[in-house]
Design a binder for this molecule. Structure first.
Ligand SMILES: [Zn+2]
Length: 853
């Protein structure tokens, strides 16, 4: 028997669940009656349960037969075995269970979240987080996505509290001093999508989209921060009803901000839960980046109502399809809502993050066989979300948006209320496109890595060649290299001629393709439009030709030019001098994403530069970025778009921190004081940058001030700005203080691991932070949500000295730490890449920087 899949001899069709949480004792009691179909005589029933005590077990049928059973829990297997003295005859039965549990503080299952109310008093609310396999912590169930059933919840609560669940309330009655709240039946759905929240909650007025009422819920006093979230909630719901051609599948739609939440958000049907920063915001005081985050997350979760909730993956290997698709749809919806945000251009940053992990030998295919659900935990990463979304976008562009949408509609229509796999989506897209999809897509989904496409010119012919991109050379035997993988790459090339430009679409399926050039071609632009999930490298004169014509490139093309050039530099295929010369061509750049690519490479250099050369690196950063800020000025012009405003802020941050520019730091101090006294004296995009700059240059007095502001913050965004500012102060005593706050309860466990990650990758703090992680590992392992701990460890990539690298490797090896999947191997390989760059190009960097003496 498969130890990870429940037998199908007994299958649930409906759960009637009654739960009574006690927010003072931090416990809950429950009863459930599960309608099951018994297919063959059984003497035992296996289902999932963990951290629950099961008090009574009984089977009843319509004929009035009763069979009592006993429950034995296998905590390690997270299973419960119900045994019956006599065989249970086949047919329809009701399984009745009574059970008890604890409202835990691990942010999973049925858990507690603590917050302070407006008067500063501590309050508790109870919330759920079930994906992937934690519904079994709240009620015994068949906790696999393919066991879909109807859920009918009843919550018995303190009358002063409010309860929200997946569906609308059908009745609320008083009973023995309690309020009994009954919810309508859900659609047929998976256990991981069940949700309930109990606490002091307030909601916005509803808005209606089609037949659906939408509300945003939060703890009291925060409703003023809900309107932006509600706006994108309504806009994206309308967008998806139109795109999918199917109405929203639930009966109402609530968006709930939970003070403690491990992930960003969770797509429970009809009751989507969020961490506060991903839903609540003061729109007038927020930066573009902060608003974009909320729009993204809300749209993403809404996309799941169909893709994930209505049609669900059969097993956890299908997580990618769920998440990649929701990420792709999130982009489409936000792009339609705010075209001026150029969301697909900014998606280049996400694609770049996936390209950097996928360029490792320790990467993995997007989809791979999963036996234990635990193996899927590590799937919630950039390869699933960002690479997945990027290859779907590539496919959409290749097939055409209309054909792609027709295939998606076919898929949802065919599989609604059921489960489906990757091949089902390919089949539906193939029907719409009248061509086989697996041939093109399997290489992207089932093969690890991606190609480097090299272009060279032979007279009037463009020669395109592909091979796998890796940062590090192939590992030596016995890790024998597999046969060189090949991708079917939709390559879009623009040829620039004196008369204009011409686009060619080539499916590069072999190792090489030869493309005739139009007469007089002066330059070519690979990956036109930037949708391809590959890197481009121009050989010899082709590179000079394209660099000489930057103004003929779109912003995503310039972004890719910088990002790919940096990657091939790190991989050793381009001289560091050439890359640094290239960055000098971008002094006139005015796109915030291109600047983010440049800044990322400067940060990487900062982590490997000799400390004595650091002032010269700071000078290089000022040399590149100062002209752009000087031209933009510190105040927005009336007709300026939101992206330019965000660019100004990014430049201030870059110059004031990595550039260590005293003039920028001084000006930041003045403007920050002005912003405190006059609410709108400073553009809201710039305020977070000012805080970051002042922390970077700040002393103990400033630290105390920012700590107070962190504690007194009135919006989630303000709290985050000051929290991360505490990680940026350079004096060692202040570094120590912030580190101490990550384990003493002052910083929420949903945030603490990310603060530590930031400090591990910051040059000023990394050694102290690493020592702290080593000495507090057990406490962190106990306190933090497990995905938090995993994300924290990503910070080790910043420990880019040979000595630290050796120490990191021995720590993880001695402790036999497993972060799930290939996560740890990927972090260690990324660290190796950084140290290898230091060893290979360190001298060249020092020599180059000498000119900034
Ligand atoms: Zn998702």
């Amino acid at each position: 028997m498969d130890p990870y899949r429940l037998p199908r001899a007994v299958v649930p069709t409906r759960y009637d669940i009654r739960l009574e949480p006690d927010l003072t004792a931090l416990t809950f009691r429950g009863e459930e009656s599960v309608a099951v179909t018994v297919a063959e005589p059984v003497t035992e029933i296996l289902l999932n349960a963990v951290d629950l005590a099961i008090d009574t077990v009984e089977l009843v049928n319509d004929a009035g037969r009763r069979m009592a059973g006993t429950a034995t829990l296998d905590e390690a297997a997270e299973r419960c075995r119900l045994a019956f003295a006599d065989p249970v005859p086949p047919g329809a039965w009701r399984l009745r269970l009574a059970f008890r549990g604890t409202l835990n503080d691990k942010l999973r299952g049925f858990y507690r979240s603590a917050y302070k109310d407006a008067a500063g008093t501590s309050r508790t609310l109870a919330a759920t987080q079930f994906e992937a396999t934690d519904a079994r912590r709240a009620f015994p169930c068949w906790d696999e996505p393919a066991f879909k059933a109807v859920f009918a919840m009843t919550l018995v609560i303190d009358p002063a509290l409010t309860a929200v669940s997946n569906t609308a309330i059908v009745s609320a009655t008083a009973e023995a001093g309690k309020r009994v709240v009954r919810f309508a039946d859900t659609i047929v759905m998976s256990t991981y999508l069940v949700a309930f929240v109990v606490g002091e909650l307030e909601a916005t007025e509803p808005v209606r989209v089609g037949a659906t009422e939408i509300r945003v819920w939060c703890t009291p006093g925060k409703r003023r921060l809900a309107s932006f979230g509600r706006e994108i909630a309504a806009a994206s719901l309308a967008f998806f009803e139109d795109y999918y051609g199917l109405p929203y599948p639930g009966d109402k739609l609530d968006f709930l901000a939970i003070p403690d939440f491990a992930a960003g958000a969770m797509e429970n049907l009809g009751a989507i839960t969020f961490r506060e920063t991903a839903l609540l915001v003061d729109e007038r005081a927020a930066s573009h980046v902060e608003l974009e985050r909320i729009a993204d997350v809300v749209a993403h979760e809404n996309a799941h109502m169909w893709f994930g909730d209505l049609v669900t993956m059969s097993w956890w290997n299908g997580i990618w399809l769920n998440e990649a698709f929701a990420t792709f749809m999130e982009m489409l919806a936000v792009d339609a809502w705010k075209p001026e945000w150029q969301r697909w251009t900014t998606f280049g940053v996400s694609r770049a993050a996936a390209l950097s992990v996928d360029g490792l030998h320790s990467t993995r295919p997007i989809e791979f066989p999963v036996r234990a659900p635990r193996e899927a935990d590590a799937m919630f990463d950039v390869l699933t979300y960002e690479k997945g979304a990027a290859v779907l976008r590539m496919l959409e562009q290749y097939l055409g948006a209309e054909v792609f949408r027709a295939g998606v509609r076919d898929y949802l229509e065919t599989h609604r209320f059921g489960n489906a796999d990757t091949r089902d989506l390919w089949a539906a897209l193939g029907r719409a496109a009248r061509q086989p999809i697996p041939e093109v897509m399997d290489g992207w989904i089932f093969t690890a890595g991606y190609p480097l496409v090299t272009a060279r010119r032979e007279g009037e012919v463009l020669v395109l060649a592909q091979r796998r991109f890796n940062y590090l050379p192939e590992p030596p035997p016995p890790a024998r290299p597999e046969p060189e993988p090949r991708w079917q790459i939709p390559v879009q090339v623009r040829m620039l001629t004196p008369g204009g430009a011409e686009t060619r679409r080539v499916l590069l399926a072999d190792s090489e393709a030869r493309v005739p050039l139009p007469a007089g071609t002066q330059a070519v632009v690979l990956n036109e439009g930037g949708h391809g999930f590959y890197r481009a490298r121009y050989e010899g004169p082709l590179r000079d030709a394209v660099v000489a014509r930057l103004q003929a490139l779109t912003s995503i093309e310039r972004f890719n030019l910088v990002n790919d050039a940096w990657a091939v530099t790190v991989a050793g295929h381009m001289a560091l001098d050439d890359y640094l010369d290239l960055t000098a061509r971008f002094r006139g750049e005015r796109d915030k994403n291109v600047w983010s690519a440049l800044a990322a490479s400067f940060h990487a250099l900062n982590r490997i530069v000799n400390p004595s050369d650091r002032p010269r690196l700071e000078a290089l950063v000022r040399d590149r970025a100062a002209p752009a800020l000087a031209e933009l000025g510190w105040s927005p012009r009336a007709d300026e778009d939101e992206l330019t405003r965000q660019l100004r802020a990014d430049l201030v941050r870059l110059l004031g921190t990595l550039g260590n520019d005293p003039a920028v730091q001084r000006r930041a101090g003045e403007l920050y004081s002005a912003a405190l006294t006059q609410a709108h004296a400073v553009d809201p995009n710039v305020v977070p940058a000012l805080i970051a700059v002042l922390a970077h240059a700040g002393d103990a007095r400033r630290y105390t001030e920012f700590l107070e502001r962190f504690r007194a913050a009135t919006t989630p965004q303000e709290e985050q700005r000051y929290l991360y500012a505490l990680a940026a102060f350079q004096p060692p005593a202040l570094v120590e203080q912030t580190l101490a706050r990550t384990v003493n309860g002052e910083v929420r466990t949903q945030d603490a691991p990310f603060v530590v990650r930031t400090m591990l990758s910051a040059v000023h703090a990394r050694e102290l932070a690493w020592a702290f992680v080593k000495s507090h590992w057990d406490a962190m392992d106990r306190l933090y949500p497990k995905q938090g701990l995993r994300r924290m460890c990503e910070g080790v990539i910043g420990l880019a000295t040979p000595t630290l690298e050796a120490d990191v490797r021995s720590f993880f090896a001695e402790r036999a730490i497993d972060l799930g999947g290939k996560t740890l191997q990927q972090y260690l390989e990324q660290l190796r890449v950084a140290v290898a760059l230091r060893q290979r190009a360190g001298d060249a960097l020092a020599k180059y920087l000498a000119r900034f003496a």
